[in-house]
Design a protein around this ligand. Structure first.
Ligand SMILES: O=C(CO)[C@@H](O)[C@H](O)CF
Length: 536
C-alpha cells in the first residue's frame, strides 16, 4: 500500500458466520481500507464449512472459538503487512453474528489483562475457554429449553412482551440452559459468558467487555423496556447467570481504551477508544443509516425486514431488539422465507425464465391486479406459518390459477402486502418522511421496486449493504467518540454517501392498496385457520 498522508479514522469490525472483516472509515465517512479473513479458506485446520460445524444430530451447530481468535491475529498481520497506519485509529467498534455464546474459563480475564505483545493472541488464549465449540445462531437443538423458558414466564406471548421475542432455539438464554443441563462442570468453571459481539470487544479491550442492549435483546434474557436482565428468565436458564453475564450497557457506550497489546504489537494509539460491539443486524441498521419511520427490505434468498420502531408491539413472530443508535427506540427483524427462490420459480413458470419478461408482466398489469390476490409459499413460510400456493379472485373465491401476467403481479404484490401487514403488526407505521431502503438481488429490478413503492406508499432507495455491518460499526465508533447518546447518530454520519432514489409511489397507489391490504390480511387469516385446523 503506497505511503499516504495520515488519515484519522475509525475501524468497523464484523465477526460474522463465515469471516472476520474490517473497514477503515475516515472523518468524511469514506471507506478507504478493507480486509477480511475467511474461516474455511484461511483456517482450514479447523475444518469448518460455512464457518461452522453441523453435528451428527443435524440440530447442533457450533464454531471453534479459537478459530475466531486466530482469525483476528491473521487479519491484523495482513493489515500490518499492507502498511496500514494503526496510529491514525481514533476508535473502533464491531459486530458479531447474533445469539452465539462464548464461555470464558475461570482465570481467563487475568490472561486477557496480561497479554504479551511478543506472541499472537491465539497462543496466549488457548486455555481460556471452558467450552471450545461455541453454539451459534444456526443451532436448533434447544426446543426443550425453549418450552421450559416460556412456561417459566407465563407463555410465549409473555416472553415476547418481556424480551422482544418468543423463545427461539438459537437465542442465547436457551443455549446457556442446555450447556448448564448437559455440561454442568464446564458451566461451573465458566467465569464469564459473552456474545460473539462482546467476546470480540473483549479481545480488543484486554478485559471482559459488557453485552450491549441491542445484541442482548437476542438472548430471551433482557427486559427490553427496562434494559435489565429479567430475573425470571435468568432463573429459568441457569444459576449464578447474572454474575457470569455482567451488567448490560447502552450500545453507544465507550467501554474502555484499547489493550496495550495492540499499542505495542501494532502501533494503535494508547487512547484508541473501544465502543461496545453489537449484533450484525443492529450494526447493519446503523450501516444503512435507518432513521425513525424508515424500513429496510433485504430481498435475498429469504427476505428480511429491518424496522425502526418507537412503540414496539411484541408478537409471536419477528424479533424486537433495543435500537443500537437510539436507546429510547427499538428495531425489529421480520424474516420471510419464500423470497428470491419463489420469485425465480414464478419467473420460470410464468415469464419464460426471463427477468425482462417478468418486468413486462408487471408493466402490463394494473396496480391491485384487478382484486386478484395470491399467497405463494413453496416452502413452509416463517411469517406466517403457511405452506402452498393460495389464489383468490375478485370475489375472494379460491381459484387454481390466474392468467400468466397476473400470476407475476399477484406474487410480488402479495409478498409486499404481507411485509407491510406484518410490519404494522409489530408497531411499524408508514410516516410522511418514510424511506424504504431496498437491498439484495431483487433490488436490481426496477419494476419490482415500483410495486414496493406503491404498496407502502413511500419512496424506495437502493443501497449496497455488502459491508453494512462493518460500516455500521465504524459509524458507531464515531458516534461513541462524539459522546454517544448526547449526539444524534444521524448528525455524526451526515457526510456518509446517500442511497439512490429508485422508485416513487404511482398516482393512486395509496387508494388501491389501502383498500386491498385489509382484504389480504383477512384472506391470510382464512388460510391460517384452514391450514392450522380448528383451535384446540
Ligand atoms: O439469527 C440471526 C438474527 O436473529 C441471524 O441474522 C444471525 O445474526 C446471522 F449471523
Amino acid at each position: 500500500m503506497a505511503e499516504s498522508a495520515p488519515r484519522r479514522c475509525c475501524l468497523g469490525w464484523d465477526f460474522s458466520t463465515q469471516q472476520v472483516k474490517v473497514v477503515a472509515v475516515d472523518a468524511e465517512m469514506n471507506v478507504f481500507y478493507e480486509e477480511s479473513v475467511h474461516f474455511d479458506r484461511d483456517l482450514p485446520e479447523f475444518g469448518t464449512r460455512g464457518g461452522v460445524h453441523v453435528h451428527k444430530d443435524g440440530l447442533t451447530v457450533t464454531s471453534p472459538v479459537l478459530m475466531w481468535v486466530q482469525a483476528l491475529d491473521i487479519i491484523l498481520e495482513k493489515m500490518k503487512a499492507s502498511g496500514f497506519d494503526f496510529s491514525q485509529v481514533l476508535a473502533l467498534s464491531g459486530a458479531g453474528q447474533q445469539h452465539g455464546s462464548i464461555y470464558w474459563q475461570a482465570g481467563a480475564q487475568q490472561a486477557l489483562k496480561s497479554l504479551s505483545p511478543d506472541l499472537p493472541l491465539h497462543q496466549q488464549l488457548q486455555a481460556c475457554f471452558s467450552i471450545n465449540d461455541c453454539p451459534v445462531w444456526m443451532d436448533s437443538s434447544t426446543t426443550a429449553q425453549c418450552r421450559q423458558l416460556e412456561a417459566a414466564v407465563g407463555g410465549a406471548q409473555a416472553l415476547s412482551c418481556l424480551t422482544g421475542s418468543r423463545a427461539y432455539e438459537r437465542f442465547t438464554g436457551n443455549q446457556i440452559a442446555k450447556i448448564y443441563q448437559q455440561n454442568p462442570k464446564a458451566y461451573s468453571h465458566t467465569e464469564r459468558i459473552s456474545l460473539v459481539s462482546s467476546f470480540a470487544a473483549s479481545l480488543f479491550l484486554g478485559s471482559y467487555s459488557p453485552i450491549d442492549y441491542s445484541d442482548g435483546s437476542g438472548m430471551n434474557l433482557l427486559h427490553i423496556q427496562d434494559k435489565v436482565w429479567s430475573q425470571a428468565c435468568l432463573g429459568s436458564c441457569a444459576p449464578h447467570l447474572e454474575e457470569k453475564l455482567g451488567p448490560p450497557v447502552p450500545s453507544c457506550s465507550v467501554v474502555g481504551a484499547i489493550s496495550s497489546f495492540y499499542v505495542q504489537r501494532y502501533g494503535f494509539p494508547p487512547g484508541c477508544k473501544v465502543v461496545a460491539f453489537t449484533g450484525d443486524n443492529p450494526a447493519s441498521l446503523a450501516g444503512m443509516r435507518l432513521e425513525e419511520g424508515d424500513i429496510a427490505v433485504s430481498l435475498g434468498t429469504s427476505d428480511t425486514l429491518f424496522l425502526w420502531l418507537q412503540e414496539p408491539m411484541p408478537a409471536l413472530e419477528g424479533h424486537i431488539f433495543c435500537n443500537p443508535v437510539d436507546p429510547q427506540h427499538y428495531m425489529a427483524l421480520l424474516c420471510f422465507k419464500n423470497g428470491s427462490l419463489m420469485r425465480e420459480k414464478i419467473r420460470d413458470e410464468f415469464a419464460s425464465c426471463s427477468w425482462s419478461e417478468f418486468s413486462k408482466a408487471l408493466q402490463s398489469t394494473e396496480m391491485g391486479n384487478g382484486g386478484n390476490l395470491g399467497f405463494y409459499f413453496d416452502v413452509m413460510e416463517i411469517t406466517p406459518e403457511i405452506i402452498g400456493r393460495h389464489r383468490f379472485n375478485t370475489e375472494k373465491r379460491k381459484v387454481s390459477a390466474f392468467p400468466g401476467d397476473m400470476e407475476v403481479r399477484a406474487l410480488i404484490e402479495g409478498q409486499f402486502m404481507a411485509k407491510r401487514i406484518h410490519a404494522e403488526g409489530l408497531g411499524y407505521r408508514v410516516m410522511s418522511k418514510t424511506k424504504i431502503l431496498a437491498t439484495g438481488g431483487a433490488s436490481h429490478n426496477r419494476d419490482i421496486l415500483q410495486v414496493l413503492a406503491d404498496v407502502f406508499g413511500a419512496p424506495v432507495y437502493v443501497i449496497d449493504t455488502a459491508n453494512s455491518a462493518c460500516l455500521g460499526s465504524a459509524y458507531r465508533a464515531f458516534h461513541g467518540l462524539a459522546g454517544g447518546t448526547d449526539v444524534p447518530f444521524s448528525e455524526v454520519v451526515k457526510l456518509a454517501p446517500n442511497p439512490r432514489l429508485a422508485a416513487t409511489p404511482s398516482p393512486g397507489a395509496s387508494q388501491v392498496y389501502e383498500a386491498l391490504l385489509p382484504q389480504f390480511a383477512k384472506l391470510e387469516q382464512r388460510i391460517l385457520s384452514q391450514t392450522r385446523g380448528p383451535p384446540e
